[in-house]
Design a protein around this ligand. Sequence first.
Ligand SMILES: Cc1cc2nc3c(=O)[nH]c(=O)nc-3n(C[C@H](O)[C@H](O)[C@H](O)COP(=O)(O)OP(=O)(O)OC[C@H]3O[C@@H](n4cnc5c(N)ncnc54)[C@H](O)[C@@H]3O)c2cc1C
Length: 560
Amino acid sequence: MDRETFETDVLLVGAGPASLACAYHLSRLFAEAGEKREITVIEKGAEVGQHILSGAVMDPRGLDELFQGRWREEGCPVEAPVESEAVYFLTRKGKVRFPFVPPTLQNHGCFVVTLSHVVRWLKEKVESQGVNVFEGFPGKEILWDAEGKRVEGVRTVDRGVSRDGQPKESFTPGTDLRAKVTVFGEGTRGSLTKSLVDRLSLHGPNPQIYGAGIKEIWEVPAGRIRPGEVYHTAGWPLPSIHYGGGWIYGLAENRVSIGFVNACDSGDPGFDPWRTAQEWKTHPWIHSILERGKVLKAGAKTLPEGGYWSQPRLFGEGFVLVGDSASFLNAPRLKGIHTAIKSGMLAAEAIFEASRANRYDAEALSAYDRRYRESWLCRELRLVRNVRQAFRSGFFLGALRAGAMLLLGGRVLKDRIAVPADAAQVRKLTDPLTPSLDGARSAPPFDGELTFDKLTGVYHAGAMHEENQPSHLLVADLDICSTRCLEEYGNPCEQFCPAKVYEMVDDPSRSSNLSGNRTRKLQIHHSNCVHCKTCDVMDPYGIITWTVPTDAGGPKYLGM
Ligand SMILES: Cc1cc2nc3c(=O)[nH]c(=O)nc-3n(C[C@H](O)[C@H](O)[C@H](O)COP(=O)(O)OP(=O)(O)OC[C@H]3O[C@@H](n4cnc5c(N)ncnc54)[C@H](O)[C@@H]3O)c2cc1C
């Protein structure tokens, strides 16, 4: 097969804030040194920003450093500066305002932004500095040197492949993008990053743990909420032992960003982040903000919440990891934009330094790790290194422990609170602590005005994939779904996927299985997938692998 090869000095995978900040900073460093280098960014979405979903209240520290304080003058789109803020503890009908805003949720001096718009602006900035940005180019596999030790770039997907794997008339083989150094900035649970970290055992001391975030943009009647009003909620509808909470951010033009993040370590096989977010909207206060409004967009995405202790090694032979892919999110602050930007800048400085000696091996690129450990970014993440983990003992005890940690420099007794991976936490149906699945399976109270079912959510996400292509959701052993998983966990994929991708359907071709007379098989509606990666995180057998689709399909989050 004739495969095109494209040579570049630096290849960045994913066009989120981390990669784009890295590309911008690096191109400027080379320009200042009077050198011309080829820098290339690839993005799986058909357009930069289409696969970006965030709250978002942005700490300006990252952009301030990247643009030397001039990002607003240079035209970065902003919804509003944060004008007022409060945190509420919700009960089913009521709300109690926290007497003070906890330090991690203080947003004075921050800005409410639409991140997909910010990254589109960043894309223009990097292109104006001569960086190539290839949109609709999903990175499918990592290219290794002959010894299989050094990363030499990335191969993009083969296009025009039919559902059964045969080349169609439109078949075009993927391109080999070869680079001296590859920057992985794929965001949460990056598919290439995951294979790289596993293959080279780059894991941090703790496994990564995740939250599943559901977001909606609403247009509401004038006067409901001012741009820059920022609220966070704890409590209902989550039980106090379960970590998570909601946000309400006032945007320009009578729009409001609302959302709910639900930790993936609840252990409940009925865990359904979509349903929880819908239920949260029925709280009288939230309902009063949205009433007579209309939903404009919806979507879902996981967040890597493990922080400092879940960080993989950041560098290796010919590569570095940046942003969410390298666990730079500050989960207690629900902030990863400024940290992604800073990680991209630090990586850029290390790559620039490595280029002086024309060496891109692990030793040369370890300068990135050194720079990180000397930076405010490391200080910020170390201070909260155990905060998210402390909440595993429940909201009230967790809040006390977190407060003590912040006063004592990030720890109480142990320097590291160890945690298991989310999937390892899912309880079997026979476990006496497992809540009944009846609630999760009963008809949900979606009214079509305030609350919506998952397929309506998929519609509001604009998610679409070509049907006639191989499913990008690989299930290693379908038999497990119909037998052990059905028996042991009740097929949690039907619940945890917010886009109704996974459905167990009756299978008359099978005569019997462990459950007796009814036989079921898994049907995968890959076209619904919103690229949140919850399935890759939550499947208790580790048999679901999320990979990039062969088209540039997926959600359409521009404006989210
Ligand atoms: C629900 C939610 C709410 C949040 N709220 C806030 C907030 O209020 N404030 C805040 O600061 N942060 C918030 N965050 C976190 C913040 O959005 C992230 O930390 C930040 O976007 C990480 O940037 P990144 O560049 O690492 O990854 P991303 O922004 O995820 O960008 C990664 C890009 O890589 C692309 N990509 C992935 N794989 C490939 C591949 N194989 N080939 C090509 N392209 C690929 C993706 O399509 C995407 O465009 C929130 C996150 C979520 C999910």
